[in-house]
Write a protein that binds this ligand. Sequence first.
Ligand code: ASN
Length: 586
Amino acid sequence: DTQNVTKIKSHLVIDMQNHHDIIKEKLSDQPRKVLILNTGGTISMFPSQTGYVTKTGALKNFLQNNPFSCDMDYTYFKATDDFLITPITAFNRRIWFKVDELDKLLDSSNITPDDWVTIAERIEKAYKQYDSFIILHGTDTMAFTASALSFMFQNLSKTVILTGSQVPLSQPRNDGFTNFLNALTIAGHFTIPEVLICFQDKLLRGNRAQKVNSSSLDSFDSPKFTPLGYFGVNISIKWDIILKNPNEENLQVNKKFCTNISLIRLNPLLNHVTLNEIFKNEKLKGVVIETYGAGNMQTEEKFCNEIAQAAQKGIVIVNISQCHTSQVEMIYETGIIFENMGVISGGDMTSQAAFTKLGYLLAQTDDVDRIKDEFQRDIRGELTESGGTAETEPFLMALSSAIKQQHSKIDLNKDLVFPNILCQICVQKKKLSSMKLSKIEINYKAQDYDKRSILHVAARESSLEIAELILRKCPQIVNNVDRWKHSPMYEAVMAKNNQMIQLLLRFQGKLIAPIKELTQLLMQDIVNGKAEMLNLFYEAGERDFTQYRTEDNRTVAHLAVSVGNDIALQFLSNPGVIFDWQVQDK
Ligand code: ASN
């Protein structure tokens, strides 16, 4: 019944768009075709007197003669054009696959960008005839190749999977065959428009993966991003995080890489002299710095100068964390200083992704600002963009240019819209690239009807990024007070945020509020047995604690003694604190 079939088909196609499912293939009787490209690696190696070596032609032989990968009879009668055909799979299908090989099989330690181009070209050439692609690859540099290919393939709409093994297929006990069959099962049934790594029981996004173990069979992981799927008794795929390829544009293959990139891994022995040697290289265009923890570097002056000068020269310097599972976040002074010098954040990118992305972007253009901008954007699922950046920025840019068309006396953009939007961003704890914002003209002095500035809000909401942007653009507002005579520093103290206090202090921020209120704050804390407020006031630059007295002329020490608050008394005895112990109460 043709009408019914059409109905079912359209229903299934909708389902398929949601889940990239196998239904389309079942309906069309076309077999699904997979190209296997063998590049070498342990999976296709054989023992020799000089250790494991690759052997051309052996892979096809192996797969052809293994009943689990190739149904010989069926292949003999049905296959055309050198295809091999699998037995019927658990999904009730047969997969057609063809084995292709690089002219020279490689131990992947020898891989170069030229090989990436060769691999990409083979796939590009076969792109229309095949549904999916499997690249057999050595494990040592598999994560690099997967990342590189992910950037090379623009508008990818087919599945590309890299796999390999720790023990060669030529050995009776090996992990290669399971890895191969897992990859073939994905490639033969599902459309996942990404470059993937399939290893042991995990399906990983290629540009998030890393080799984490050289002796275990479970040697790949994506420590900063959840696996896209698992191979257990069943195969489970997290469809909701698979990249979508909404635009039906044709595949575009970018084949150029800049190789003038260097890696600097921070360590306490690295000093400005060595840095200078590295940056002397005239050809250097990009540097990946593997920093400490959340993106921190040593702040010694000469060390900083070397980096600042290199960034000024136009070398793109990228900050990624040495930590396995952390990401670069500009929260410490030791990180923020470098951001101000023009060092850009690699967020939670792996170093493999950072290197290949930088190499790819540097080869596209000489426009350093564009490279920096693109680098900090998620272009192939390699980076988790910090909250809101992706949606908010284009909106702000569009709004800005729309309002610019209106000619009114007050500049709506500058005076009303953007100050308010910045406050909202602080409240919602979103992050924006300060580079983008600094291009918009904003009246940072703007105040609301309570005379509160954006800096008051940023300080109260602990929005370090925005507070820093405002302070850099308009340092003179640092001690402006609102309707209640509160300075931004007062807000930072109330938010109990030490980093904000330090930031304001760097810009000469002062703790300003009616003395009665400040006294009340301190006294309340002391009654509660704490000295937190005393400490915060001290951090905020306050030294003289004699001035805080009740109407009965009782000092903080009077109160501390009467409630038995020893830590407050200890604080007041601190040599850095100014306190007159002779004051008498009423
Ligand atoms: N050295 C090998 C390679 O990367 C390691 C492996 O594949 N397990 O080619």
